[in-house]
Structure formats: C-alpha cells, structure tokens
Design a protein around this ligand. Sequence first.
Ligand code: FAD
Length: 475
Amino acid sequence: GQADVQCDMLVLGAGPGGYSAAFRSADLGLNTVLVERYAVLGGVCLNVGCIPSKALLHVAAVIDEAASMSTHGVTFGKPQIDIDKLRGYKEKVVGKMTTGLAGMAKARKVNVMQGVGQFVGPNHLEIIAADGGKKTVQFKQAIIAAGSSVVDLPFVQGAEKADPRIVDSTGALELRSVPKRMLVIGGGIIGLEMATVYSTLGARIDVVEMMDGLMQGADRDMVRVWQKFNEKRFDRIMLKTKTVGVEALKEGIKVSFEAAEAGGTAPEPQLYDMVLVAVGRSPNGKKIAADKAGVAVTDRGFINVDSQMRTNVPHIFAIGDIIGQPMLAHKAVHEGHVAAEAAAGQKSHFDARVIPSVAYTDPEVAWVGMTEDEAKARGIKLEKGLFPWAASGRAVANGRDEGFTKLLFDADTHRIVGAGIVGTHAGDMIGELALAIEMGADAVDIGKTIHPHPTLGESIGMAAEAFEGVCTDLP
Ligand code: FAD
C-alpha cells in the first residue's frame, strides 16, 4: 500500500551521528525524516553518555581541587553533597542540550518521528510507536545511525540482572546513591570516568581489569602518570583478573575473581554495595531488520561501509558506533556529515588521518594518531619530543605539574604522526595536535608557532622544540 510519509532522506537514530546527518542533509535541500525511539534527541552521548558524565566529572574536579587547596594554604570545609540537587544539575545540563537539538531540527524542518524503526524493504521503514501504532516511511536514501548498546556479562542473570545494586553506565549516571564499597568491572575510559565521580563523592573503589593495564589504547607512560596520581583514589586495581561470578546477597553483591592467566593469582571473593559493569558496547546492527533492506550485517552486529559511508546497498549509508571502532561521538558526527554530503551528490568521503581519544578523568589523558607502543609493535621508527609539565610555569602555578606532553615524529621527515598529553585540560589541547597531523606539520612548524605564555598549550610548542634541540639535521 501507500506509505504514510515519503522523503528524500531517512535517518534512523538521533544520536550524534544521526542528528548531524539529518541536519546536514536538510541543509543540503533534502526532505529529511529523523526516526528515534525515545522522545528526546541526542542518543547515548547526550542522554546517557558524554554529556551527563562530563557534568558529574566537572563537579568531581571542583571538589577535588578545593580539597587540594589546603596544601596551598587555603582550607575549605568538608563538602556537603545534596545528591538530589546534583542529579538535578546533571538533568538540567542534558535537558538544555536535547531541547537545543529539538529546536535545531524544527528550524531545519526535519520531520522527527518517534518510534522503533525496522526496515521492511530497500526503500521502506516501518515505525512502531510506544502505543503500538504503525507508520510506514518511503525513502529515496537512508542513513543508519542506530548506535550501540552496553554489553552485559554472561553471568549477570536472573535476580542479579534485576538487582539495582548492579548497574551499567546508564545506571551509574542515574546517581541514585553513593555506595560505601563499589567495584568497577572494566578499566576502560567509561569505567574510570565513573570511578572518578563516585570516589570523589565518597565511595571506596576497586577496579578489576582482564588485561595487563588500564585504559587500553593509551601509551603506558601516560597511564603510569595517571595511576600514580590516582593511587589514593582506589582501594585496589586488580589487573589480569577475570570477574567470574556475581551473587546478590542481602548484605551486598558478592563477586568472585579468577586469574586471567594460568599461574596467576586472584583475590578472594569480595562484597560490594554497588557493581558497575563497564566492559564495552556492542553495535545495534541486528536490531533493525537490515536484511529486509538487503543491508549486510556482520556476525557481531556491525555494518560495513565504504569511504563514503555507503553500505552494500548503494542508497543506504551507515555511520557512528554501528560501523565500528572507535565508538566516539566526534567520529559519528564527522561520518554523519560525510554520508549526508555524499547522499546529496557531493564528493565527500572519509579521509581523516586521525581520531583523537580522551579520558576525562583527573588528570585527563588524551592522545591522537600513532602511539609509541603501536610504533614499537609495528617496527616503525619514530623520534620523540617530550616536555614534562614540571618545567611549565603554568602547570606549577596550578599545583598540577605531574603531566607531560609528548609529540611523535616520523624519523625521516620529522612530520608529526602522533601525540599524547596527560595532565589537566589535556582533552582541550589535543585538537591542535590533530590539526597538526592533518596539515602534515613538522617539528619546526609546531616549535616555531608562538604559543601564549604561560599556558598549558605552550607545552606543545616546547615539546617540539625539545625535539628540535636534539636534532642536528634541521635547516
Ligand atoms: P547513539 O548515540 O548510540 O545513538 C543511536 C540512537 O538510535 C539512539 O538514540 C537510539 O535510541 C536510536 N535507535 C537505535 N535503534 C533504533 C530503532 N530501531 N528505531 C529508532 N531509534 C533507534 N564519546 C565521546 O566521544 N566522548 C565522550 O566523552 C563519551 N563519553 C561516553 C560516556 C558513556 C557513559 C558512554 C556510554 C558513551 C560515551 N561516549 C563518548 C560514546 C558516545 O556516546 C557514542 O560514541 C555516540 O553516542 C555514538 O553515536 P551514534 O550516533 O553512533 O549512536
């Protein structure tokens, strides 16, 4: 029969990828429908990810900084934490952002349709509203931006799955209460950001990680600085340790561990008031009836695309978490723009050299491009420019000189190929280095660029100069 709605462009999912794609395609003159199951736009990032976590991390950073002032001669009283008000603040931040998005959609005449979308053909999507009502949209082109979901642990079932003391990142961000003892399963960025928030609010925290180090993907020297600074934050960090069972008891959640490697040792079972499972996210590819449109989905639920973000069905694109790692909002936004522009007939394609990563912990850890560990593993010869923040007037004045800025250069051309910063505000500074890599800047370009003094960003110029200082073959 006749479809209820017809459009040039259908975007499935209103996360950072989806709303960016919908806005760009509307700006390029395509009549656009944006389908989202929830009443608010913004997806994981705005509602239960990037933004609420940063609202809470900001508060944690202020509390920690105030406490650290006593060493500078200023002592504040013990913070009085009104958790309901804090939750309200976080919700206000999220509300402001999602309301802003709704206004932007309206201004562009993007038709936002609420409900769960499922493909019913290569040019048709069925939308099932919360009340069961169904609508069909006929589209000329589509962009799949259905994102990812948290991964559950196989042994968290039944009573344990229903127990409010066992949470995922969404549950942790709800901030219902502050536990006395908390276990974070998974030493990645999301787990450590939430650990930072809850420990500052008063929880005693253990972290358990299967691999041999926290924050996989970051150079170990940065993680070492982070871990040393955070020693007192944790009761213990259990590396190379597998969590093998959880049991919901009245007195707490009993968690058992096993060594991840043969011959290793594991701690005795422990009791916790709250357990955060932060072991990764999996793509939603298998939940949208993609096969009905002929779109291929991998066993793991990812959708493969070409550099224009086209799936195996040329008029259907896919972007964001659903197409693969790294699962980051800024990657999804960029891909959304590429897909919308390609759909509108432009020659856009994804040719970013690098995608920066940031852990918004205290201190922050940020990196972009190649890491030293990666270069070593691949046998690539790099040169390094290192600037320890102990030599930065600003970092010392801030009382936070534990960090460093590290630039990695191609040994032959001296062009920058990677960078890492550990220290306060590292995330705000890594963009300059992404730009430097994209522009093919070399050590001289960066070192001779005048950075304002005294700033933390100055450390970037200094790191390049430190490298030049040891070079004899520069012009
Ligand atoms: P999503 O944001 O997952 O959006 C997909 C949308 O599609 C959702 O709204 C979903 O409801 C909707 N949807 C799915 N299926 C259907 C369907 N069948 N019908 C209708 N609607 C559907 N990234 C960063 O870059 N920086 C950070 O600081 C950061 N912090 C994070 C903190 C946490 C706790 C978490 C969990 C994630 C964080 N991320 C961060 C990752 C970031 O949230 C994701 O990379 C980003 O949201 C991916 O965007 P997306 O558009 O691909 O999908």
